[in-house]
Design a protein around this ligand. Sequence first.
Ligand SMILES: C[S@@+](CC[C@H](N)C(=O)[O-])C[C@H]1O[C@@H](n2cnc3c(N)ncnc32)[C@H](O)[C@@H]1O
Length: 249
Amino acid sequence: MAKLILIYAYLDSFSTVDHRDCELTYLRRWDRLSRLRPVDRFYSFKEFRVYDCMFHSIKQEISNRMRYLESIDTSERQKGLPVSERLCAISPEIGRFIAFLAATVPPGAWIEVGTSGGYSTLWLALACQERGKRIKTFELQEKKAQRARETFKTAGVESLIEMVVGDAKEYLRDEKNVSFCFLDADKQEYGDYYEHVVPNMVRGGILVCDNMISHQAILGPFCQKVLTDERVDAVLLPIGKGELVCRKL
Ligand SMILES: C[S@@+](CC[C@H](N)C(=O)[O-])C[C@H]1O[C@@H](n2cnc3c(N)ncnc32)[C@H](O)[C@@H]1O
């Protein structure tokens, strides 16, 4: 088996995948593949090459676009552009965090409220690849949606994402059996998004609300309400801009 792993590592070194912690990756791939019939193993080999983990083998197209959006975000902040014109993307740390959570949820639909340029959606696309899922993301502004389209195309993840352009409040009630939701849109409307999504969540589903500490003045009362809401278990984490993580009961 060690020889096979080495041969595969050598062949794979020609791919465009950004590898880290290769040994674990290959062992895990082999572990999965070895459970398949030889014929299925052959056809599954290529698929497992790229998509069998989230952070150790991020495709070059995805990581390039992430770096690009991170640099745009930094320069827009430095220029002091108004919030409505900026990407306002989450940090890479929070990207990892939401992808990590999404990869653990029970079966159900995945949604995101507040796409902007698609940075957070790219992180969630990693979890989509890992779990064989798609995500629906809502964006109000056409100008931002245009940038997100460019993101998804450049990163090669269009097939994993459905973007709806419009006010999420008009659509959220129709999203049934939600098992993952990331809220990162208009802070004044968090209460409405929450009330539209929570009744439609599956048991064990996870909802993450961003900006709970950075926007404490606006979101404080909402946070208190959620922490005592008996439909969910919730915890406020002091990471990033403050993430309120809820688990549907
Ligand atoms: C903070 S940004 C989202 C950043 C994105 N999640 C990321 O990390 O890359 C908030 C976005 O929510 C959008 N938005 C605000 N209200 C909305 C609504 N009611 N429905 C859909 N999108 C909305 C804004 O246009 C803006 O692009």
